[in-house]
Design a protein. Structure first.
Length: 145
């Protein structure tokens, strides 16, 4: 985990430098995407003791000891997108200050899917992190995990 932290620190420094240098273009150089997703998947597998699947899996990234299929999403933004309804969904947000991933949601994928926006032109349904936090509370209060 410490190696991931140190690597993220270096990458985030590059991101900050790019944003400063090209400020006049009004572009953000966020890490959300394939690189950031892979970092998050490895982190999640180590932290939650998951088995990472081949990256070609259609709807999930990892499995747990019970065989549950888990879609892993990591972000720096306030929403995540899904292309398929996951069995279980794990959403992590990077805290840039301490370089820790905060668990936003880890639970029923169908509940998250059903509460996301309609499919957009890129084939994704987006859900805000605030909505996921609310779903997490609702599920917990109803005895679900």
């Amino acid at each position: 985990m410490e190696f991931i932290k140190q690597s993220l620190k270096q990458i985030l420094k590059v991101v900050d430098d790019l944003e400063s240098e090209y400020k006049h273009h009004e572009r953000k150089f966020t890490l959300d995407g394939h690189l950031f997703g892979s970092i998050g998947e490895v982190y999640a597998c180590e932290k939650y003791n998951l088995k990472l699947e081949n990256s070609s899996k259609k709807c999930f990234d990892a499995t747990d000891k019970k065989g549950n299929e888990i879609q892993i999403k990591v972000t720096q933004k306030n929403k995540v997108g899904m292309r398929h309804k996951p069995q279980k969904l794990l959403v992590l947000k990077l805290n840039r200050e301490n370089l820790e991933f905060e668990e936003i949601y880890f639970g029923n994928g169908e509940m998250a899917w059903n509460n996301a926006n309609k499919i957009n032109s890129s084939g994704q349904r987006f859900i805000t992190l605030n909505k996921l936090i609310g779903l997490k509370s609702t599920a917990h209060n109803n005895g679900y995990k």
